[in-house]
Design a protein around this ligand. Sequence first.
Ligand SMILES: [Zn+2]
Length: 330
Amino acid sequence: MQAVQTMKVNFEQNQVSHMVEVSHDDACMLMYKHKHPSERFSAIDLDPYGCPSIFLDAAVQSVQDGGLLLVTATDMAVLAGNSPETCYSKYGAISLKTKCCHEMALRILLQCIEKHANRYSRYIVPLLSISADFYIRIFVKIYTGAIHCKKTTSKLAMVYQCVGCDNMTLQPLGGFKSNPTEKNPNQMKGFLPTGPVVGEHCVNCNQKHHLGGPIWTAPIHEPVFVSRVLAELSSERHCLGTRDRIEGVLSMVREELHDVPLYYSMDRLVGRVHLETMPMLLMRSAILNAGYKVSYSHASKMSIKTTAPAQFIWDIVRTWERTHPVKPAR
Ligand SMILES: [Zn+2]
């Protein structure tokens, strides 16, 4: 009741009382009352304590077509691989302990929202997915369209993680390819990919794999949306105390390679074989010189997101090892 009272005072101070309605009700019940298309909300922001999954069924039904759904999750231990069993029961996916666990957490939450939406022939389009401090926050648009739901499996993958060198390999759940006919030259159809994509033993270190996921593998940000938010921020109309930080994070997000899921971590790459730390600049130029793309992820300073194959990254590490031999144990 205290919270409701505070909200009322807040609305009066901001002179928006005439357009805001305060409700002191079960959040799910409130959303279910608005699931009829004429009653839907243009935006829903779920910011619960811990895991948001119990609110998703109601939320995906009560956002307008093209409307915005914002979701925060603070149960990072579960999403980051400390409790894969709990992650499965809450989010329907196995989390893995890995250096890129923050992006993996975002992708687990996205597949969870998509799964809930698909039940009602709806689907998500991610606008922005942020990992910050000890929580993650996701901005997606929700649309209706059964035909688009058929593409969902092509946006999901299981993840093989080598228990030795941490190498991650994606096993897609589905594919979608063009299937032109005379009547419909733009026709597409789904297909089942073959697998497994890894052998019994890792090609880099000969160890076995864990299997996690499924995770969302389609883009997690919409570059045009991110640029628009950045432009809005620089228009000086807002007096936000955290503006510099928001600009910093969004600029990183805009530079991310959008079609490359997950990333390597420099400390993990060289840490595994107890090497001297390799300068990030050197790694990045080696990748660029070979004609591959590389970027950071906003989720980690040590991240290396790249189109280069795993084999190539390990070749760079091995070359570094030759020129900077392992430090003798003290
Ligand atoms: Zn390995």
